[in-house]
Design a protein around this ligand. Sequence first.
Ligand code: NAD
Length: 356
Amino acid sequence: MKIAVLPGDGIGTEIVEQAVRVLGALDLKFEMETAVVGGAAYEASGRPLPEATLKLAKEADAVLFGAVGDWKYDKLERALRPEQAILGLRKNLGLFANFRPAICYEQLTHASSLKPELVAGLDILIIRELTGDIYFGQPRGKRTSPDGNFPGAEEAFDTMRYTRPEIERIARVAFEAARKRSKRVTSVDKANVLETFQFWKDVVTEVHKDYPDIELDHMYVDNAAMQLVKAPKKFDVVVTGNMFGDILSDEAAMLTGSIGMLPSASLNASKQGLYEPSHGSAPDIAGKGVANPLATILSAAMMLRFSLEQEEAAQRIENAVKKVLSQGLRTPDIYSEGTTRVGTREMGDAVLKALG
Ligand code: NAD
């Protein structure tokens, strides 16, 4: 089992270190190799995703990724910015399926901005298509408007598009995932307005014929955004396109109250994956030893489950995380009165101890 470890920038290095310690404590044999990515790679080689890093990622079974970015790179031309490394990895590894669980741990219900009874026990899995849609569709650019409300005016445009195979494969990923959960999928679209998402809905409905054991319903994205804050527990697996998924998965993350707790996985057709916390490089707290490493540690658990087929080890890590929360240990982002405030490394130590 070969793991490419790409810590990146800011708190990335601190939190990945803890996840690597946890992986190292399991009775499993990994080959782990570290490489620079993002701003750190730009400093070292002038590029956010150097050839050597990409090669390492391609050859690995899985990539454990920290986070990239810092405000100081905002003035660089787009292609050189740290965030381009993530897009490059997604594209080169064909990572089309993004899994974003939004789990509200019993011990942290108070951290949500919603009433505890709305989020207690929340366990949603958002599956976002990651390599298509308006984020990648061509043509895009700036031009003189040929028609519309202001012909002749300067305009910018992007193209929303999906092919049948792209929709079919993400729908299958969602139905398969639902089989391992409560067998319900909500497909989110905007079929009432957009051709692309009428097609999305039609194709998802066709693919559903192969999964008669799964219950499928369709919801418009505006309604889904409302329902997520009104009655989030109604959802189980949600499947949607790249842009809607981007927005809804962050909304769902906030229901749980803490971005420092949420892992993510991005997979390709051969189950090779990139595993990273849902948050960014948090330059505001980098180097202070206070970042919450649990999202990254839980991402490592997802890596064991999805890419390395080590379900038992994945559960061991997840149970250890629950145990440290029950012990009342909290990094500052999830701290509340009556609990014990710990730093990044101490939290890593506690998870290691709780692994048993
Ligand atoms: P962010 O997620 O880095 O931080 C948002 C807020 O959450 C900050 O106050 C931060 O301190 C806090 N936070 C985030 N993770 C935390 C953790 N593990 N523990 C405790 N607190 C945590 O988002 P941002 O501030 O908008 O972006 C910072 C940089 O990260 C930017 O350069 C952005 O482009 C980049 N970014 C990278 C990724 C990625 O690598 N996948 C994702 C999002 C943003």
